[in-house]
Write a protein that binds this ligand. Structure first.
Ligand code: AGP
Length: 367
């Protein structure tokens, strides 16, 4: 059957609302409760090869790169393997050193993004091993990789990616879990994460059920010429993705920053005309993040805080959006959902073509 927006005003809206079902598909048949691990048959790596990995390097473009940063954090936290993400569009231009004991991961919804494809070719030409986290089955990147994890998000039409990104995050969580369990991650921790993963589809639904309240916040944000998105450590790629989505479809200037870096420069820009969307999960950094909220409020910067129920934000004047709690490592996938809704409703309020924003293509297949 043809894939159509149906009753939805746009594909983006339909795709955001499909996330609970899409997330369930990403996990389906891949979780092993008994051994507290994940099974990703398509990786084409045995336990010996998996144990030999000394580093993980993730490559993607745009939002896929930001989810790659979330993925690198998961790999470091769960598998304790040094990991980082890099923009695939820059990678091959610095004549990168390719190492045999590094696992390269290419991440792409379309599987056709030329910059990511050329990065894969560069790695393979130099003898490296690449696995793909790809949504479109049989796409160019999927075919070029040594192995891979299909995302099973289903077709995604809107230029602003939503459900594919959610499934990329889950793909990284499964990869990190599998890598972790052949190394030092305990079975108890493995089971704890499996339990968290299985709760995610319903928790995304809970956030989507708050759409009307989040839309009201978006209407206020749409009036600003410029919006900051700030977060720290796990929250920083979330902020980057939030800013990306906001600028893509609302055409408003949006800038992502590490909350910790505000005082090293950009705090000068905070004023009643420049709102900040702050990511403040309940984690090791909550107190420090709350301190930064007070600094922003003292400059009369309007604040929207994405946080967890029960987090004490002090007396700070802000609009608060609570997301459900999960295991800390998995928080980013939930924190990002309100940011999709903020961007969507800001753009809708401004009357923009949500699915086909100006100057952008769904996949960038020429350099
Ligand atoms: C996401 O909202 C963007 N449209 C864009 O950054 C996108 O994620 C990027 O171009 C990569 O696309 P891909 O996942 O198909 O490779």
């Amino acid at each position: 059957a043809a894939y159509e927006a149906g009753d939805h005003e746009s594909f983006m809206h339909k795709e955001m609302l499909e996330q609970p079902a899409a997330a369930a598909r990403a996990l389906s048949g891949r979780l092993d409760e008994r051994f507290g691990t994940a099974h990703l048959g398509g990786l084409n790596m045995d336990a010996r090869e998996t144990r030999a990995i000394r580093r993980v390097k993730i490559l993607g473009c745009g939002s896929a790169y930001y989810v790659g940063q979330m993925g690198a954090a998961l790999v470091e936290e769960l598998a304790r393997i040094p990991a980082d993400a890099e923009a695939a569009s820059e990678f091959r231009y610095r004549d990168p050193v390719i190492e045999a004991d590094t696992l390269y991961v290419a991440v792409s919804q379309s599987g056709e993004t030329i910059d990511t494809l050329l990065a894969v070719q560069e790695i393979r030409r130099k003898g490296g091993r690449v696995v793909g986290l790809v949504n479109v089955v049989g796409s160019a990147i999927a075919r070029e990789c040594d192995g891979g994890i299909y995302l099973h998000a289903g077709p995604e039409v809107a230029v602003a990616s939503t459900k594919a990104l959610t499934n990329m995050f889950l793909g990284f969580a499964l990869l990190a879990l599998q890598l972790g369990r052949v190394r030092d991650l305990s079975i108890a921790d493995g089971r704890r994460l499996i339990n968290g993963l299985t709760r995610i589809p319903a928790q995304i639904q809970e956030i989507l059920d708050d759409e009307a309240a989040i839309a009201a916040v978006a209407e206020q944000l749409s009036e600003a010429e410029s919006v900051f998105f700030v977060g720290r450590v796990r929250g920083f790629p979330v902020a980057r993705e939030g800013a990306q989505k906001f600028k893509e479809i609302s055409y408003r200037h949006a800038e992502a920053y590490q909350t910790s870096e505000l005082k090293h420069g950009p705090l000068a820009l905070i004023s009643p005309a420049v709102p900040t969307v702050a990511i403040v999960p309940d984690d090791e950094l909550t107190d420090r993040n709350v301190g930064a909220l007070h600094e922003i409020a003292a400059r009369r910067g309007p604040l929207v805080v994405i946080t967890h129920e029960g987090v004490d934000l002090g007396e700070v004047d802000c609009v608060r959006i609570d997301v459900p709690r999960n295991e800390r490592e998995l928080d980013p996938v939930l924190l990002v959902v309100p940011l999709q809704l903020l961007a969507f409703h800001a753009a809708q309020r401004l009357g923009h073509d949500i699915d086909k924003p100006r100057n952008l293509a769904k996949s960038v297949t020429v350099e």
